[in-house]
Design a protein around this ligand. Structure first.
Ligand code: NIG
Ligand code: FE
Length: 422
C-alpha cells in the first residue's frame, strides 16, 4: 500500500533538536511526513530528498525560506481555573508577599472557591481560549494540572474539562492530578484527615481515569511537608501515576532530594534548591522544570540554572500559567527571561521548550525533536533565522503551526481541527 505523503519544502534552517550538543540544524532542508499517521517519514537537505522520493506525488507546502522547529511544549501549567486574582497581583506590587496573601486566605484558596463555583462549560470555554493563545505561539503539547478543587467533584470537573479539550482542540493535553495543592481551609486544623481522604478516597477514583498520567504535590513551606508529599506520591505511584513535584519555591525544604529519592519524572520551581538536591536530581535522572515567569512575577531570585547545567542537568522551561503567581502564557517572555535572567544559551532555551520539555513529560520518544517516527508537530517562524526567537524580544514570531502534519494555525488566520463546543 502506498503512503500518502506531504512535505514542508524550502526550509532555510530545520532545527531538529536531535543532537546532544547544539540544535542539529540542517540548512536548505525539507521534511516529509505521512498524512495518515501524522508522523515524520524522512528529513534532510532538500536536494538529497529530491533524489530519494518522487516529489510530484508528494503534497508540498513551500515555507518560503523560513526556519522550522519542533512544536513547542509547555510542561507545567494550571490553565483550568475559575475567576482571577488581579487585586492580589496589585497587592504584591505594593509589597505583600505570596505567602502572606496565602496565609490571609487569598491566593490558591480564592481560586479554589471560584473554580468550585464555575460550571464545566465555563471552565471549558475559558480553557479553549487559553489553548488558542498557546497555539498561536507554537505550543502543540502542554501539561495541565487540576488542584483548584481539592474535593472529589471539582477535581474531577477540572480533569473532565481537560479530557474534552484534549479531544476537541489540536493541542495535546497531558493531565496531572494536583489534589495536594494546599491544605483546604475546611481541614486547616486536621490536615491528616484531608491527606487520608486524598489517598483513600480521591486518588483511587482519579487514577482509574486513564488520561491522568501524573500526580503532583506542592511541597514547600506553609503547604505540604516532605514526608506528606512522599506518602501521597508513593500512594499515587502504586496506582500507576508517575510523580511530579512543586518544590523549594518559597523556601528550601529538601524537595529536590525527595524527587530523586522517589524517582519523580520532574521537579519544578527549584528557586531555593540545594547543591545536594541538584546533584541527586542528576544522579537519578529527574528533569528540572524552571518557571522564570513566576520568579519574575513574584520578584524572587531566579532558579540556579547555570549551576544545574554545570552538573549536566537538562533543563525544561514552562510558563506555569495560573491566576496567582504567573498569570502569563507568553512563550516569547519565557524565552527572554531564560536567556537574560537564567543565562541559558539560545540552544539551551530552545531545548527547554522542545526536547527537554518532552523529557519532563516522559514523551521524548514521541515529540520534542524532529526525526523519523516522531510526530510531525512543526513550528514555522516568520523570520530569516531561528535566533530571532530570542533576538526579537518578547514578540511572537510564529508564522504557522502543524499538528501531526495538519496545519492548525496560519499567520493571521487559525484553522482548528476540532469544534469549539463540548
Ligand atoms: O506553580 N506553587 C504552587 N502552585 C502554583 C501557583 C498556583 C496559584 O497561585 O494559584 C505555582 O506557582
Ligand atoms: Fe505550578
Amino acid at each position: 500500500m502506498t503512503q500518502k505523503l506531504s512535505a514542508l519544502v524550502n526550509i532555510s534552517q530545520l532545527v531538529t533538536c536531535e543532537e546532544s550538543q547544539g540544535l542539529g540544524i540542517i540548512k536548505e532542508a525539507a521534511i516529509i511526513f505521512n498524512d495518515d499517521t501524522g508522523k515524520i517519514v524522512d528529513l534532510g537537505p532538500e536536494k538529497n530528498l529530491q533524489k530519494k522520493y518522487n516529489f510530484p506525488e508528494i503534497i508540498c507546502h513551500d515555507v518560503k525560506n523560513r526556519p522550522v522547529l519542533p512544536g513547542f511544549i509547555d510542561p507545567h501549567t494550571h490553565f483550568i481555573f475559575g475567576g482571577y486574582r488581579a487585586e492580589e497581583y496589585l497587592a504584591r506590587l505594593e509589597g505583600s508577599s505570596y505567602l502572606e496573601i496565602m496565609e490571609a486566605g487569598g491566593g490558591i484558596e480564592k481560586t479554589v472557591k471560584d473554580t468550585r463555583n464555575s460550571s464545566l462549560q465555563q471552565l471549558y470555554n475559558q480553557g479553549w481560549q487559553r489553548l488558542n493563545k498557546f497555539l498561536q505561539q507554537g505550543i502543540t503539547t502542554l501539561e495541565g494540572k487540576s488542584g483548584y478543587g481539592m474535593e472529589l467533584d471539582t477535581e474531577l470537573k477540572q480533569l473532565e474539562v481537560m479530557r474534552k479539550l484534549n479531544k476537541n482542540h489540536p493541542i495535546d493535553i497531558k493531565q496531572t492530578f494536583l489534589g495536594a495543592h494546599v491544605i483546604p481551609k475546611e481541614y486547616k486544623n486536621n490536615r491528616e484527615r484531608y491527606i487520608n481522604i486524598l489517598i483513600k478516597e480521591i486518588l483511587p477514583v482519579v487514577a482509574k481515569r486513564n488520561d491522568v498520567i501524573f500526580c503532583d504535590v506542592f511541597c514547600d513551606q506553609g503547604v505540604y511537608t516532605v514526608s506528606e508529599a512522599r506518602e501521597i506520591l508513593l500512594a499515587a505511584q502504586k496506582l500507576g501515576l508517575k510523580s511530579k513535584i512543586h518544590v523549594d519555591e518559597i523556601a528550601y525544604v529538601g524537595g529536590a532530594e525527595l524527587a530523586a529519592e522517589i524517582g519523580a519524572v520532574s521537579a519544578e520551581h527549584l528557586l531555593k534548591v540545594s547543591t545536594k538536591g541538584i546533584k541527586l536530581m542528576k544522579d537519578e535522572g529527574v528533569i528540572p522544570v524552571i518557571l522564570p515567569i513566576t520568579a519574575f512575577s513574584l520578584q524572587e531570585e531566579y532558579a540556579p540554572a547555570r549551576k544545574m547545567r554545570s552538573v549536566g542537568l537538562d533543563i525544561a522551561l514552562a510558563t506555569d500559567l495560573n491566576p496567582g503567581s504567573s498569570y502569563s502564557q507568553s512563550i516569547p517572555l519565557l524565552l527572554a527571561l531564560a536567556t537574560i535572567k537564567l543565562k541559558l544559551s539560545i540552544e539551551e532555551a530552545i531545548k527547554g521548550i522542545t526536547i527537554n520539555a518532552a523529557r519532563a513529560l516522559d514523551l521524548e520518544d514521541e515529540i520534542g525533536s524532529l526525526a523519523p517516527g516522531k510526530k510531525a508537530d512543526l513550528v514555522v517562524l516568520d523570520a530569516p533565522g531561528y535566533e530571532h526567537l530570542i533576538y526579537h524580544i518578547a514578540t511572537n514570531i510564529v508564522h504557522s503551526v502543524y499538528k501531526e502534519g495538519e496545519i492548525v494555525k496560519k499567520k493571521d488566520k487559525e484553522i482548528f481541527g476540532g469544534r469549539g463546543n463540548s
